[in-house]
Ligand binder design. Structure first.
Ligand code: NAD
Length: 357
């Protein structure tokens, strides 16, 4: 029996709707496997700005640091998307959380449930069997370097920076993971033009010497973008920098059929944060149609990575698989052959998963 403190941080938009379902699934696991999960909740993003003026209030950050793991939803609001000049913004809360918790590795398993082969925009024969584990560096690169304007505001700049240490620690995580899988690691960079990428490649080549059992290849990011669609099965573990990872993992989400299916883990040396890869999706907020499976699968990742509860994690993944096999779909993963009575809303989809647990 494990006793753990889990902080629920739903954030904005559909983050609220899907995280409620993710928490219910954690509850069901606690009952089934006789664990004690103690929950608390904290604000982030637009809802935190409305309540306190701060996208990540100190109280939320303190709760995060104290908890054993965080189940996170999403942040974002159309008000800010349409106002690039807003000084206080929901995503500042997200970036600060990553920085303060030292979450330097974002891990995204990209695996298609067989039942969803036809829901992807890629041909089933190219997709079947694809199973990729992405490691995206999360605290360096162009997002965190110096940024500003010059020439009376007519020229803008964002500086990309990486230190040897930052590359080394994510490289080790990725090599370790490759060892537990098919022992192939693809490092993605743009070393033909970027100095940060040349350092990246140099460090990866050095760490590779410590892992002679792992086959390493280096790909340029533009080629990787093409290969992911052309031949996704060629990849096992992929490691890349923050900006390239941001773009490539959204592209790879199409391999899994929908953004609503993909979970991610952000880890460092302390509390880990588990979240769907999708955003707050204001186009569907409040309609009860958001797919909760990414949040449910985030709960599965949380149990596996932060608590080492592998059997519990697999129980969730198997329940999701079984629900899909029964033909249930949310709108985003339904296709022309899905009967309307099998198309469920957020809560009803959650209930089907809970029934199987
Ligand atoms: P998004 O992921 O919110 O939505 C993209 C599209 O996918 C939308 O059409 C949406 O309806 C659909 N979608 C996403 N999740 C779904 C789900 N669970 N079920 C069904 N359909 C789903 O991305 P966006 O529209 O570019 O951004 C919306 C807001 O979210 C913005 O404010 C953005 O800044 C923010 N955002 C936050 C995060 C985060 O918190 N990690 C990530 C991406 C975007």
């Amino acid at each position: 029996m494990a006793t753990k403190n889990i902080l629920i941080v739903p954030g904005d938009g559909i983050g609220q709707e899907v995280t409620t379902v993710g928490k219910k699934v954690l509850d069901a696991i606690a009952k089934k496997f006789n664990h004690e999960f103690i929950y608390d909740e904290a604000l982030i993003g637009h809802v935190a700005i409305e309540a306190t003026g701060n996208p990540l209030p100190d109280e939320s950050l303190a709760k995060m640091k104290k908890s054993d793991a965080v189940l996170f939803g999403a942040v974002g609001h159309p008000k800010y998307d349409n106002d690039p000049s807003a000084k206080v913004r929901p995503e500042q809360g997200l970036l600060k959380m990553r920085k303060e918790l030292g979450l330097y590795a974002n891990i995204r398993p990209i695996k298609l449930f067989d039942e969803l082969l036809s829901a992807s925009s890629i041909k089933p024969e190219i997709l079947k069997g694809a199973d990729i584990l992405f490691f995206r560096e999360l605290t360096g690169d162009i997002y965190f370097g110096e940024k500003g304007r010059k020439n009376n505001g007519d020229t803008a700049f964002d500086v990309a920076e990486y230190s040897r240490y930052e590359v080394e620690r994510i490289a080790r995580k990725a090599f370790d993971a490759a060892r537990t899988r098919r022992k192939k690691l693809c490092s993605v960079d743009k070393a033909n033009v970027l100095e940060t990428s040349r350092l990246w490649r140099e460090v990866i080549q050095k760490i590779a010497l410590e892992y002679p059992d792992v086959e390493i290849e280096h790909q340029f990011v533009d080629a990787t973008a093409m290969l992911l669609i052309k031949d996704p099965r060629r990849f096992d573990v992929v490691v890349t920098a923050n900006l390239f990872g941001d773009i490539l993992t959204d592209e790879a989400s199409q391999i899994a059929g929908s953004m609503g299916m993909l979970a991610s883990a952000s880890i460092g040396d302390g509390t880990g944060v588990y979240e769907p890869i999708h955003g707050s999706a204001h186009d569907i907020t409040g309609k009860g149609v958001a797919n909760p499976l990414a949040s449910i699968l985030s709960a599965a990742l949380l149990l596996d990575i932060s608590f080492g509860l592998k059997e519990e994690s697999e129980a969730i993944i198997n329940a999701v698989d079984a629900v899909l096999k029964q033909g249930f779909r949310t709108r985003d993963i339904a296709d022309a052959n899905t009967p309307t009575e099998k198309i469920l809303g957020t809560n009803a989809m959650g209930e089907e998963v809970l029934k199987l647990l």
